[in-house]
Design a protein around this ligand. Structure first.
Ligand SMILES: Cc1cc2nc3c(=O)[nH]c(=O)nc-3n(C[C@H](O)[C@H](O)[C@H](O)COP(=O)(O)OP(=O)(O)OC[C@H]3O[C@@H](n4cnc5c(N)ncnc54)[C@H](O)[C@@H]3O)c2cc1C
Length: 474
């Protein structure tokens, strides 16, 4: 009899398992695929000697996660690498705006009054990050640090477009902010999209945007090694169809999203809960590309050549237009592309002298359209000659992403839309969003607060709720 069986070995499933095992519980993790990690896998997708992050690549949330930070993952093989520049955003005049670890350097690069505004705002936010995390990465939007929370909230509740236009006068700062807010995967005119830009910006200054040496798999592997050292068990290759097939346990934590839960629980869920789960909203998908390159991407702007991440999309107006198209079910002609070049900091990803490039753009939910041409046009725009370096490419449509990981419904990488209606009440409004009417069955994926990203906090909060029950039962 296990204390807890966890279905799914994504960052949230593993975080839940580690929390419980560390508290002395007997835990088993069941993973459907042949390897562990969920959104943290690294694989040889193109040519021999090239290794690519299939999903996540850059980890400001992992670095800033109050739970992951407590784990001795360095002892289990994890090494964080900080690119010389966390992020660069190229513009059509051949220049780029760079987001440095240092808010003052970032401000200087932006220049003028906008630069000073960036420094002043972001420095203050970065300083407040430890006080903001209980609310930003917590199960509820409450913070004991009322002043910090109120200050953040007043800006965060705005739409990214409004915030950027009201705060900055020039295109450089506006574009930089639009690229950050574009991670929201929602139209930049929607309320609270500014929150995503603010969080990612402040994280760059507070903790950086690091990559694990060897790829995101190194984070997954370190978590599994630590879990096993704590006595936890992990089995792979068991895609759970129904709850009834799970081994006996006092509690079950499911690192899956509502649509899968509905299938897995069969008729055991009460009708009202089923209806609410069925109303859970999933968002646009992603189209993912991985390249084996003969050399570094020939960006025109020098800042881009030293940046771990490059936001390819031009101005605020252009990024906003592209994201709007996607939200309303159309493919953007000039998509906003998120690119990562691990080679600036990690020589282990490709044979000597060669490079990998990781890129994706947002596409309508469940899209089966190959966006390779549009993505490459965008990269060529800021890095002429890029195409000539391509040795091989691996492409996955949104439908293919869903087939790869059952949690990516329609290609949605956040486990459901993250807007005010689903931010803290995901998957349905309940006293504990992790609990279900089944009593000993809990949800712990990114479809619970605080949502998408590799931070493990959904798993951590769910496991804390389970731990409370285990103590009572003991
Ligand atoms: C292209 C892409 C880029 C991304 N980039 C970043 C990034 O740079 N930084 C970042 O922080 N985040 C990024 N993300 C998002 C991040 O990967 C996810 O938000 C995160 O992995 C969600 O974690 P999770 O534990 O909730 O679920 P997942 O990581 O999806 O893990 C769920 C696991 O459960 C398993 N599973 C599902 N159903 C079953 C079943 N029935 N039986 C057994 N096992 C099952 C799956 O196989 C999977 O291994 C990216 C995602 C994608 C796709």
């Amino acid at each position: 009899m296990y204390d807890a069986v966890i279905v799914g070995s994504g960052p949230n499933g593993l975080a839940a398992a580690i929390f419980l095992a560390r508290a002395g519980a007997r835990v088993l993790v069941i993973e459907g695929e042949a390897t562990v990690g969920g959104g943290m896998r690294t694989a040889p997708l193109t040519l021999p000697g090239f290794r690519h992050d299939v999903c996540s690549a850059v980890h400001p949330l992992g670095m800033g996660s109050p739970f992951l930070r407590t784990l001795p993952l360095a002892d289990y093989g994890l090494e964080w690498l900080a690119p010389p520049i966390p992020l660069a955003h190229p513009l059509d005049d051949g220049s780029a705006v760079a987001l440095y670890r240092d808010a003052a350097m970032t401000g200087a690069g932006i220049g003028g009054p906008d630069g000073e505004r960036w420094r002043e705002r972001m420095e203050r936010l970065a300083h407040a990050w430890p006080r903001l995390t209980p609310a930003l990465l917590g199960p509820r939007p409450f913070s004991p640090h009322l002043l910090n929370w109120a200050r953040f909230g007043l800006s965060a509740l705005q739409s990214a477009s409004f915030f950027a236009r009201r705060t900055f006068a020039g295109e450089r700062a506006r574009a930089l902010f639009a690229g950050l807010a574009g991670h929201a995967i929602r139209p930049l005119e929607r309320p609270a999209t500014a929150s995503v830009g603010l969080v990612l910006g402040m994280l760059a200054h507070a903790v950086g945007w690091p990559l694990p040496r060897g790829g995101s798999q190194a984070l997954a592997d370190a978590m599994v090694r630590y879990l096993r050292a704590l006595g936890g068990e992990v089995v792979c290759g068991w895609m759970v169809e129904m709850l009834a097939e799970l081994p006996p346990a006092r509690h079950y934590l499911l690192d899956i999203t509502p649509r899968q839960f509905l299938r897995m629980a069969g008729d055991s869920l009460p009708g009202a809960y089923r209806t609410r789960l069925a109303g859970y909203r999933y968002g646009p998908g992603v189209f993912k590309l991985d390249y084996a390159l003969a050399g570094p991407v020939p960006w025109t702007a020098p800042e881009c050549r030293a940046a771990g991440t490059v936001h390819v999309g031009g101005t605020l107006a252009e990024i906003a237009a592209g994201e709007r198209e996607v939200w309303y079910g159309r493919h953007a002609l000039r998509p906003y592309v998120l690119a990562v070049q691990p080679g600036v900091v990690d020589e282990s990803r490709a044979p000597a002298g060669k490079q990998t490039l990781w890129a994706y753009c947002h596409v309508p939910h469940n899209s089966d359209v190959d966006m390779s041409h549009a993505v490459e046009e965008q990269i060529e725009r800021f890095a002429p000659g890029f195409r000539e370096l391509i040795l091989a490419r691996s492409a996955r449509t949104a439908q293919a992403m869903h087939a790869y990981n059952p949690n990516y419904i329609g290609g949605d990488i956040n486990g459901g839309v993250q807007d005010l209606g689903q931010m803290w009440t995901r998957p349905v409004p309940r006293l504990s969003p992790y609990s279900t009417p089944l009593g000993n069955v809990w949800l712990c994926s990114s479809a619970t607060p605080p949502g998408g990203g590799v931070h493990g906090m959904c798993g951590y909060h769910a496991a804390r709720a389970v731990m409370g029950r285990l103590k009572i039962e003991d």
